[in-house]
Design a binder for this molecule. Structure first.
Ligand code: PEP
Ligand code: MG
Length: 748
């Protein structure tokens, strides 16, 4: 290929490839033609295109000139030259080096390959191969990368995806019928797949008229923001944390810096659509390596804004209402912004599958508010699922069934029905007390943080608020809230709670809970780093201000303050003293103080269990934070999906720890509760009661199921049964406990 610029070279190749794509030929013929064009354009002897399957390995999709030479049909990520391109997502070239994937040393002397990247994921690789020694220029690399960009769009068409699927099946590769993911919101759903892909294939990359592109950008930006304003103003979601999320999103869609970046790429010769992609990629490259979950959430929102903007650029916005051919839909997205969900008729949404989802993801929070089950982290599903395909979503166990057989469909339908029945029963349950069949009263509280959690105070008739995660309003503020602002948050809850007890937890930030206005501190082990009480004891002014705000918000009423992540008695006494000093100051100033102040701590760090007898002498109550406690007892990161299922709190070691805690608290006559997620699952809650816990604090949505369980339980019996399990060597006692519940008619 003669030495021209990469742009000119790429334009020539793309013109020829486009010619091949728009013929009426069968996919394999088109692909073979494209491979040949590539070989000719690069004066290469052979070319190959591999596509990724399951994000683990590559399958040869098409080739030119490799017949008769040994080459592999499938290659693991990381294996040899081709696998390395897929794994590293970088272009690479090799000259004269032996490679496991084909005998380059004998037959071929040089190869250049580029990754096919679709939405930041490896979609495949494209390779050009030479028999003789060959030096690749930077222009060759850039040209191949631009070709790869276009080829990805070609291969993402329905026709090509279908061909790929058939090819993979015809090679006898196992196609899984159900896949395991991570549950972000519980429930069951059955419906037709709607593949959420707002993005159109990039057909035109280089601009002919820069000014025209800039004008198109300006026009699309204006129309997009107008439509967003209209969409969000027509609120149908009620008030809650999701409202703040949508507001932030709207500001994001207006961000000047972002439009400036896009304009710069247009000035450099790209079309507006390609410039949007490049601007997104720049930001993605910068931020994706960060472990800061808030930055990552921003990336999801940015992806959504970029897609939306491209819809408006292409004029497709008139059709921006997603096609809804079915009455029951399950949306499958690689990633999704919160506004995207609002493009669908939410009454038809039976579930949401987000390949790259995380619990704090904004769209997941909005979906929760709409009661839509959500499953995340199913690798490859986005690429493999087909529009309209029937999907079953089991948001209790975390499975997605593709094209489920009739028996599974029936099972889902009956479970869906059971869930609606359960909701009805729960409404009916409201008037009954939280009492077991043998008359033990269980004090059942709820955990709150988001504004919409407060509504559970009305719908549940709970005994109180066992945990108010005060970091949530801090996290959704734009800057550190001052005392006045904090009083506003706390008083709102106190007023809503009326006579019910509210436990305020002091600021529990750090690790996965970041304050957007605090610069990110890089720590090797943030979960055991500078977080929670460690921060507030070191930054005492923050703690003092929060204590003052608590005292003022609870003026004339009982105040309950709980300190998180306490690792030693000294820490607890230190924190408690800060509260007491603030109380004294308030009294001296003549302020109206709470009628009573109770001080407690969370049991989350194993060391405190070994000092519990001492601590209990100074604490009015304790509450077990099983989320953190389990992560430290098992040394198992609570946010790492790879090891989520490795250890179970329903196993002898953890149950024995819990038993020790409740027995010590009972002996010291100190109130003891569980406010971690363990209490929110009926099976676990059943075991906690069996161990002796009489106070639980659960998430609002778990209140009903836990209450039903309590009302069908006999404490004596479960206590006896749990005792028999405490020496079990089993990694998980869950199956036995579920069987026990079924045998004894306990509603779990
Ligand atoms: C816990 O760790 O169990 C807990 C309730 O606190 P958080 O989940 O907020 O860390
Ligand atoms: Mg915790």
């Amino acid at each position: 290929m003669q030495e021209t610029t990469a742009t000119a070279q790429a334009m020539n190749v793309l013109k020829d490839i486009q010619g091949a794509v728009f013929t009426k030929a069968e996919p394999e013929v088109k692909l073979a033609h494209i491979m040949q064009i590539l070989a000719q354009s690069f004066k290469a002897d052979a070319t190959a295109c591999y596509v990724s399957v399951d994000d683990n390995y590559l399958e040869l999709l098409s080739q030119y000139g490799l017949e008769g030479y040994p080459h592999k049909g499938n290659i693991r990520y990381g294996e040899g030259f081709i696998g390395e391109i897929a794994a590293s997502q970088r272009s690479l070239f090799r000259t004269g080096i032996a490679d496991k994937t084909f005998k380059m040393s004998k037959a071929f002397k040089a190869a250049l390959g580029a990754p096919l990247l679709r939405w930041n994921r490896t979609f495949g690789t494209i390779i050009i191969i030479h028999k003789d020694e060959h030096q690749y220029t930077q222009t060759d690399v850039e040209t191949l990368e631009t070709v790869a960009l276009f080829l990805t769009s070609v291969l993402s068409s329905d026709e090509m995806l279908e061909y790929k699927k058939k090819l993979v099946k015809s090679r006898g590769l196992k196609v899984k019928d159900h896949l395991k993911g991570v549950i972000l919101n519980k429930g069951y759903g059955i419906g037709h797949a709607v593949v959420h892909q707002r993005r159109q294939a990039l057909t035109k990359i280089f601009a002919e008229n820069k000014q025209a592109e800039l004008d198109r950008l300006e026009d699309a930006k204006e129309r997009m923001n107008k439509s967003l304003d209209e969409k969000f103003n027509a609120t149908r979601l009620g008030i809650g944390e999701h409202t703040d999320i949508l507001e932030t999103y709207r500001m994001f869609a207006k961000d000047k810096g972002w439009y400036q970046k896009i304009s710069t790429h247009i000035e450099n010769g790209l079309t507006a659509e390609a410039a949007v992609e490049r601007a997104y990629e720049d930001t993605w490259n910068r931020l994706s390596a960060s472990s800061d979950i808030y930055l990552k959430e921003r990336l999801h929102d940015l992806r959504d804004v970029a897609d939306r903007l491209r819809t408006f650029l292409s004029g497709e916005d008139n059709k921006s209402e997603a096609p809804q051919r079915y009455d029951d839909i399950i949306i499958v997205a690689q990633t999704m912004g919160p506004a995207d969900l609002m493009d669908y008729d939410y009454k038809k949404i039976r579930g949401l599958i987000i390949e790259e989802g995380t619990p704090t993801m904004h769209v997941a929070i909005v979906a929760k508010a709409l009661n839509i089950p959500v499953i995340a982290k199913i690798r490859g599903i986005f690429k493999d699922v087909k529009e309209g395909e029937l999907l079953g979503l089991d948001g209790q166990e975390g499975f997605v069934y593709i094209d489920p057989p009739e028996d599974i469909i029936q099972k889902f339908k009956s479970r869906q029905k059971n869930m609606s029945l359960l909701l009805e029963q729960l409404k009916a349950l409201k008037k009954y007390p939280n009492k077991t069949l043998d008359g033990t009263r269980i004090n059942l509280n709820i955990n709150v943080g988001l504004d919409f959690d407060f509504d559970y105070l009305d719908s549940t008739k709970c005994d109180g608020i066992g945990l108010y995660r005060t970091e949530i309003p801090f996290m959704s503020s734009e800057s550190m809230p001052d005392v006045e602002k904090q009083i506003g948050f706390y008083k709102k809850l106190m007023d809503k709670a009326g006579n019910k007890r509210v436990v305020f937890r002091s600021l529990d930030v750090g690790s996965d809970k970041r304050l957007p206005y605090w610069s990110d501190m890089k720590e090797d082990n943030p979960a055991i780093g500078w977080r929670s009480i460690r921060i507030t004891l070191d930054r005492r002014a923050i703690l003092r201000k929060q204590m003052k705000a608590f005292l003022r918000a609870a003026a004339g009423k009982e105040l309950n303050v709980m300190f998180p992540m306490i690792a030693s008695l000294e820490e607890f006494l230190d924190a408690k003293e800060t509260l007491m000093l603030e109380l004294e100051k308030e009294k001296k100033k003549g302020e109206n103080v709470p009628s009573k102040v109770r001080v407690g701590l969370m049991i989350e760090v194993p060391s405190i269990i070994f000092q519990l007898d001492d601590v209990l002498q100074y604490a009015d109550f304790i509450s077990v934070g099983t989320n953190d406690l389990a992560q430290f007892i098992f040394a198992c990161d609570r946010g790492n999906p790879r090891i989520t299922d490795r250890y179970d709190v329903l196993s002898a070691p953890f149950l024995r720890v819990m038993k020790t805690i409740v027995e010590k608290a009972d002996a010291a006559k100190v109130e003891c509760s569980v406010c971690g997620e363990m209490a929110s699952n009926p099976v676990e809650a059943m075991v906690l009661i069996g161990l002796g816990f009489r106070k639980l604090s659960v998430s609002g949505s778990a209140y009903g199921p836990v209450k039903s369980m309590i009302r069908s339980l006999r404490v004596q019996d479960i206590a006896e049964y749990v005792k028999t399990l405490l020496k079990s060597p089993k990694k998980s006692l869950r199956p036995q406990l579920i069987a026990y519940a079924h045998d004894h008619g306990i509603a779990i």
